[in-house]
Design a binder for this molecule. Structure first.
Ligand code: AMP
Ligand code: GLY
Length: 417
């Protein structure tokens, strides 16, 4: 069996690792990959959004199955393009991926499904949006409709901040076309949790839950990042909460997408807020999270290839998805200065350390003249796994300490309660 994984982050390293331990012993290619994936698979220098070249590679190399990590190729229609060429690929179609690629589409689907989410309005016109903000008052949340590399949401505590966000998105075009349409919604509060499930378009698997840390510095200070670490499962996660979220937030949305003619096949990622009125959906993503994949996949007991086959064959009903009870903690190690400007090209020591209960997934790493060096903002995710959160945290931080490179940065309070 020959597999192609698309992407280059720690999420993709985790996917490659999980596929590599399949009893089916697949041969794995990664486009473009990183130094970590290169140790388990063959990296091929094709950009993750170069769909033409990816199709050519899959054809010329008899790839049996392609697995897509990041949102950009999904939203750009990689799944439809592969399928039109008769190639087997795991991920939602372009129409279904609008659940992540267009916040207004996503909110309309939630509304039609009667799934709990903040009340909202959609605007294509700056002066109407401005008028609405002035009437509504703060706090208020402004969201660019399209993809904005995780930066398209402003939770505005004042009217001035909200108006500035609108101006930036709709007039200054800071997110280009993505910000020409905005969703403006009410501000909710409560603890946040991310849930992930597999769907074959009709059936959904059990949910797995994780929490992440978005701010750069300890104590949730500093700028927002792609994610500095997290854990799975949350200590307070329960079967009842899982059932409630599945019944109110997930299955109705999967059913609505099917009714809409956009059946959802792949991993659905729900970002939720647990408000006093119950769980409410903040957003959907069309893929595994990064860093969440790094602390979820080590808990998956099934062979990932079996799960993907069940999804693609519309046979998820007959698959029992099993998650280990262990806790997994993941700590992101970043380049000094991230998420602002940072330097790359520093030699990394200890990036391939592992222990009985921990390992390191690579993100921004590169093999240069046989030496592993930094090549991005988020460089590595160290994970630890144990029967207790404390144990998992200790194992993860032990690996964090064994890594050395100039400017190394990480949060010291991941999974500290
Ligand atoms: P997103 O990019 O949609 O994940 O949003 C980023 C963050 O903004 C979320 O994780 C929440 O913390 C916050 N956020 C988004 N929507 C709301 C909302 N309606 N009320 C309060 N906070 C929100
Ligand atoms: N961890 C946030 C994301 O993957 O979008």
């Amino acid at each position: 069996m020959r597999l192609l994984v698309v992407g280059s982050g720690a999420r993709e390293h985790a996917i490659v690792w999980k596929l590599s331990i399949s009893p089916k012993k697949p041969e794995i290619f990664v486009a473009p990959g990183n130094a970590g994936t290169g140790a388990l698979a063959i990296n091929v220098p094709i950009a993750l959004d170069d769909i033409d070249k990816l199709i050519l590679f899959a054809k010329e190399n008899d790839i049996d199955l392609t697995v897509v990590g990041p949102e950009i190729p999904l939203v750009n229609g990689i799944v439809d393009r592969f399928q039109n060429e008769g190639l087997r690929i795991f991920g939602p179609s372009q129409k279904a991926a609008r659940i992540e690629g267009s916040k207004s589409f996503s909110k309309e689907i939630m509304r039609a499904a009667n799934a709990p989410t903040a009340p909202f309005m959609v605007f294509d016109n700056y002066s109407d949006a401005r008028k609405y903000v002035l009437e509504h008052g703060a706090p208020i949340v402004i969201k660019a409709d399209g993809l904005a590399a995780g930066k398209g949401v402003v939770v505005a505590q004042s009217i001035d901040d909200a108006l500035e966000a609108l101006h930036n998105m709709m007039i200054e075009n800071i997110f280009g076309f993505s910000g020409h349409r905005v969703v403006i919604e009410d501000c909710l509060s409560g603890p946040e949790v991310s849930v992930f499930c597999f769907s074959d378009g009709k059936n959904t698997s059990s949910l797995v839950a994780a929490c992440d840390y978005k701010r750069a510095y300890d104590g949730n200070e500093g700028p927002n990042t792609g994610g500095m670490g997290g854990y799975s499962p949350p200590p307070w996660w329960s079967h009842n909460l899982e059932q409630e979220i599945k019944e109110t937030c997930i299955q109705p949305v999967i059913d609505q997408l099917a009714l809409d003619g956009s059946p959802y096949v792949g991993v659905l990622y729900g970002g939720l807020m647990l408000t006093e009125q119950g769980p409410s959906i903040i957003e959907f993503n069309a893929r595994l999270g990064d860093p969440e994949a790094e602390f979820i996949l080590p808990r998956l007991e099934n062979d990932l290839i079996d799960v993907i086959d069940a999804v693609l064959d519309g046979n998820l009903e007959n698959l029992q998805l099993r998650w280990e009870n262990d806790f997994v903690v993941g700590v992101v190690i970043a380049s000094g200065g991230y998420p602002g400007t940072y330097q790359t090209g520093y030699i990394i020591e200890g990036s391939n350390e592992k222990s009985d209960d921990g390992m390191i997934f690579h993100a921004g790493t590169q093999l240069r003249d046989g030496v592993i060096s930094t090549a991005g903002g988020r460089v590595l995710t160290a994970i630890g796994k144990a029967a207790t959160m404390e144990g998992a945290r200790a194992s993860a931080y032990k690996l964090v300490r064994s890594v050395k490179f100039t400017g190394k940065e990480f949060r010291t309070d991941i999974a500290q309660f």
